[in-house]
Design a binder for this molecule. Structure first.
Ligand code: GP9
Ligand code: MN
Length: 426
């Protein structure tokens, strides 16, 4: 009820971090191209297999300052069983997924105040999601309406003939290629979310697409993980070339992120060979890093930034770059570029990571040594804070509390009945 939403509101307003004045509004009205790297973990960046870079293109964005990217190497996914769908929910709403199941499925008809709707109402953006799977997967065709997503270019818009498809759906190269005309057809400014798929467990790649030899751990999905990562990297390079050729690259915000881990704890033996150390619970938590890269037109890239952050922080960051103050909205994350950005990253299971230490399954570890440490008052306080935050987010979703919340005078509740997805002519 309204008491509950007040409790959530008080918490998030108190956590709010004021925007960095130098960056507030710098990207106002710019197209946003947000690229989802399926199952991509940070350890792949600059990793060499058989003396070869696995993802040379992504590495070039990270390493070459001329490319003007800011790369966050201590950025973590915060997903649970909802996997991709959790990443989508978190990044477009700055709220947590649920401890069990997928909120996309069980909370698909809730009221949301999501980024696509806010951008549309505040700055006239159109929004579109591009993904080579069918629209009902993860209940996207229902919840996207609540997010105010104008168009969902699902598999029905793409050539899904046999040679184009592997594993869950469309291969990344035809996906990006066929997405170009669709992207160009959008009214500007747009918020475009491109979701890749080929680099997905069990990492299947046809011989014609394998341009790096597999690893040799003997664990099939770990070994081919590098091959689909390479394929994704090549697909991305091709997409960037097309964006440049079509004049969409230079003046767009480009945001690239990994959605969640690709190698689960079932593969610890093989992974320990890959990274050259034993996969303890502490190490496993550190492996939950996924990449985040941002390019902002007209703003110099900051290179590699070590700020600790999570997917929750992306929405307030984008809002501030566009010149929309995030404080009116219910958000658990804080702006990455803000001086007041909060550097503790809760995981969905109640574990959390800070720059100095990690809290994993009831034990505190020093990040530097990986050794168990005694908790201080301050550490216990942050632990309680992380738990409270998860609890409040669950209350918000389970009680559908955004029904009772009006962010500001300009806000109009999203009307899901006006959206329709799927290519009926195709
Ligand atoms: C399916 C794709 C995969 O459409 O998003 O989802 P995941 O299994 O990673 O949640
Ligand atoms: Mn995924």
């Amino acid at each position: 009820d309204s008491d509950d939403i007040t409790e959530v509101e008080n918490y998030t307003k108190n956590k709010y971090a004021e925007p960095n004045p130098e960056l507030f509004g710098v990207a106002e009205g710019k197209n946003i191209i947000k690229i989802h790297l399926e199952s991509f973990q940070t350890f792949l960046i600059n990793y060499e297999l058989h003396g070869e870079e696995v993802t040379p293109f992504l590495n070039s964005l990270v390493n070459d300052s001329e490319q003007n990217y800011t790369y966050f190497d201590n950025f973590f996914h915060q997903t649970e069983q909802g996997k991709t769908a959790d990443a989508e929910l978190i990044m477009d709403n700055s709220i947590y997924g649920l401890p069990q199941g997928s909120a996309f499925v069980t909370r698909g008809t809730n009221t949301y105040q999501a980024l696509p709707a806010i951008l549309n109402q505040q700055q006239g953006y159109t929004s579109a999601v591009f993904h080579g799977d069918y629209k009902s997967f993860w209940n996207r065709d229902e919840i996207y309406k609540q997010f105010g997503i104008d168009t969902y270019f699902d598999a029905s818009y793409y050539d899904m003939s046999e040679e184009n498809v592997i594993n869950y759906g469309l291969k990344d190269k035809p996906f990006f290629e066929e997405s170009m005309p669709l992207l160009e057809s959008l009214d500007q400014p747009f918020y475009a979310h491109m979701m890749t798929l080929t680099h997905h467990h069990p990492y299947l790649v046809g011989e014609e697409d394998a341009t790096i030899a597999p690893a040799e751990t003997g664990d099939e999905s770990v070994d081919t993980y590098f091959q689909t990562a390479r394929y994704l990297d090549e697909a991305l390079e091709q997409f960037f070339n097309d964006l440049k050729a079509n004049g969409l690259y230079e003046d767009s915000v480009i945001l690239i992120y990994g959605d969640h881990y690709g190698i689960s704890e079932n593969h610890n033996r093989a992974m320990s060979e890959i990274i050259g150390e034993e996969i303890t619970p502490f190490v496993s938590a550190q492996l939950q890093r996924v990449p985040l890269l941002i390019k902002i037109p007209g703003v110099e890239g900051q290179g590699t930034v070590h700020e600790y952050s999570g997917q929750m922080d992306v929405m307030p960051t984008l809002l501030h770059l566009l010149g929309i103050d995030s404080q009116d909205y219910i958000q658990f994350g804080t702006d990455l570029f803000s001086e007041g950005h909060k550097e503790y990253v809760p995981f969905r299971n109640g574990d959390f990571i800070t720059p100095a230490y990690s809290y994993i399954s009831g034990t505190f570890y020093d990040n530097e040594s990986g050794e168990e440490i005694e908790a201080t008052e301050e550490m216990l306080k942050i632990k309680d804070e992380a738990l409270l935050e998860l609890e409040l987010s669950d209350k918000l979703l389970n009680g559908d509390l955004l029904r009772f919340y009006t962010p500001n005078e300009e806000w109009t509740p999203v009307d899901p009945s006006i959206y329709r997805y799927g290519n009926e002519s195709g």
